[in-house]
Design a protein around this ligand. Structure first.
Ligand code: FAD
Ligand code: NAD
Length: 523
């Protein structure tokens, strides 16, 4: 099978197509896996040709290094000589060449800004881009010292990124009683909910990230005094007001909230904000199938993080001295058709259903974690919006292997919350019957809820006659994704290996479904 390890550059175009924001890989030569790259980069070889010297690179100099055997790329102001990495790049050398001799930051961010290129390409660092003369810089606001940007919790006007006529820039304030300190964020956005606010408090530092459509409003403060771990988050949905309630440890009157830390009071595109990680404790590990396990992670008590339906988080581990990051989609503990409010457990734990690949880079290490060990977990990301299912009548789910994971929360959500729903059908593709995840639960759910139906399709069945055989195809889909009535509102969700997803999207397009009617889950 073809899986997607962390790669330092987006794949698309020539060698293999990328599925709607996802990535495909090209077959790499033997001895050219990510692990081999890590080994080479730790071998002490001079990979830049500069014997460890770092230089200032002008645009003209960068442009000179645009060939396969001499390729430099700039990412966020740092220049890397990626020539030795070419053969190890899972997206192929053509993909790297798309940014040869130029600033590849945008290209890189388009697909997987989460890949830790600083760590992966550390030994390829040539230096930084030479600064342009001041007159040429565009955003003067960024040149201001941090304290000059702060105006009692208001952002200066030139930091406003939303260009619509109405000023949608958030602001904040705070107040206190004898026992509590409350931070209030005026997001000015209707329909805010607690999934859009991520709070972390650690070592006296408070970090509040409010997600407002594609933007992130961050408060990042070293608090004047320590507070207790249990932090409450209240959201007034209609007016978009968020309150973070902190419990004082001593009833001292605070003269100020604290000192601003990096990026405090900034309002920027989510894609421009680096991923933030906190350490979560492994609470349990239970078998789902012969190679797939449920990992239950406990969030720190002082973290508020609720992963929305269809969104994923990133796990980070140091493997052979290199930071490796991979995405995973949290599931619920089980499938339910009466899933009301997230329970306290749902809000304090993350459940991940993860397949362990014996030859994989990341999952064998993950499998070695012991109960009580910690792992770094990022904020969540994803393009799926609950709005897509609000007035839905037919929902079709096409899942392959662990591509089932985003369907779990989605199933629980729609079966409970979407009143207009008439049918939910899951077509679940697996190699063998032993690979089917939660088969029993799926069959139980189909018995319990008449709206739900499941079909299993096996590509390598061990026994004859144990269900449908084959892979995703136009003929399988044309029968399966029929609307329950003419013009019914339909959504088809696809998730699995990149070629599966690509083919699924193509077949659905050929069957006449519009782009809005098809959603693929990708990183
Ligand atoms: P890898 O090192 O990536 O290897 C995986 C397999 O592919 C191995 O058998 C390996 O030998 C083979 N392989 C590696 N490179 C190549 C190559 N160039 N050519 C051919 N074969 C190759 N997974 C889950 O289990 N659960 C989830 O909830 C989940 N959610 C995800 C969400 C998103 C948005 C995305 C994009 C992926 C998700 N994944 C999920 C997949 C996950 O991110 C990892 O890709 C997966 O765990 C494999 O990681 P690994 O490093 O162990 O394996
Ligand atoms: P697998 O190798 O066990 O294959 C499961 C089924 O997928 C096969 O039985 C077959 O029907 C289909 N399939 C596999 N390769 C195919 C191909 N080349 N063309 C057409 N159909 C194909 O699957 P797995 O090891 O469980 O891998 C699951 C994949 O899902 C991984 O690539 C993972 O990255 C991806 N995934 C993505 C997300 C997401 O984007 N949100 C979430 C979870 C998993």
């Amino acid at each position: 099978m073809l899986n997607v390890p962390a790669q330092a550059f987006p794949a698309s175009g020539s060698q293999q197509r990328a599925a709607a924001g996802g990535r495909s890989k090209v077959p790499l030569k033997p001895g050219r896996s990510l692990m081999d790259w890590i080994r080479l980069s730790k071998s002490g070889k001079d990979l830049t040709g500069l014997k460890g010297r770092l230089i200032e690179v002008t645009e003209q100099e960068l442009a000179k290094h645009s060939k396969k055997d001499d390729c430099w790329i700039c990412i966020r102001g740092l220049v890397y000589n990626v020539t030795p990495y070419m053969e190890y790049h899972p997206g192929g050398d053509d993909e790297l060449m798309r940014a040869a001799g130029t600033d590849g930051t945008d290209l890189f961010d388009q697909v997987h800004r989460w890949v830790n290129y600083e760590s992966m390409l550390k030994e390829c660092l040539v230096g930084r881009m030479a600064l342009k003369p001041l007159a040429a810089t565009t955003e003067t606001c960024c040149a201001l010292p941090e304290e000059k940007k702060l105006l009692n919790g208001m952002l200066p006007k030139n930091k406003v990124l939303d260009t619509s006529s109405k000023d949608l820039t958030p602001s904040y304030d705070w107040f206190q009683t004898d026992y509590l300190v409350t931070v209030v964020i005026y997001t000015k956005q209707k329909g805010m909910n607690s999934e859009m606010v991520i709070v972390d408090y650690q070592d006296g530092r408070l970090r509040i990230d409010s997600i407002l459509r594609d933007y992130s409003y961050l408060l990042h403060i070293e608090l004047s005094y320590a507070v207790q771990e249990d932090i409450a988050v209240h959201v007034a949905e209609k007016v978009g007001k968020v309150e973070i309630v902190l419990k004082k440890k001593d009833n001292i009157a605070w003269s100020k909230l604290g000192q601003p830390l990096s990026s405090h009071n900034s309002f920027i595109k989510c894609t421009e904000r680096g991923l933030y990680y906190r350490k979560c404790k492994l609470i349990s590990k239970t078998e789902v199938t012969h190679d797939t396990k449920l990992f239950c992670l406990m969030l720190p008590q002082s973290t508020h993080l609720q992963v929305p339906v269809g969104h994923h988080i990133y796990l980070k581990q140091i493997i052979a001295g290199t930071e490796i990051v991979k995405p995973y989609t949290p599931v619920s503990f089980s499938l339910k058709s009466d899933f009301k409010e997230p329970s306290h457990h749902d809000r304090t734990h993350l459940i991940l259903m993860i397949k362990i690949y014996p030859n994989g880079l990341f999952t064998p290490e993950l499998d070695h974690l012991q109960i009580g060990d910690y792992i770094s977990v990022s904020n969540s990301e994803g393009s799926f919006k609950k709005l897509q299912v609000q007035t839905l009548e037919d929902l079709f789910l096409l899942a392959a292997g662990t591509g089932f994971t985003p369907m779990v929360k989605l199933l629980n959500y729609v079966l409970t919350n979407v009143c207009s729903l008439r049918t939910v059908k899951l077509m679940f593709f697996n190699k063998t019957e032993d690979d089917i995840l939660w088969r029993n639960q799926l069959e139980q759910l189909a018995l319990k809820d008449k709206r739900f139906e499941v079909q299993f399709i096996l590509s390598e069945p061990k026994k004859e006659g144990t269900g449908k055989q084959g892979k995703i195809s136009s003929s399988l889909l044309s029968e399966f994704v029929k609307r329950s009535k003419k013009d019914s509102k339909v959504l088809i969700c696809v998730c699995g290996p990149a070629p599966f997803t690509e083919q699924g999207i193509q077949f659905l397009q050929d069957l006449g479904y519009s782009k809005e009617e098809v959603h693929s889950f990708t990183a």
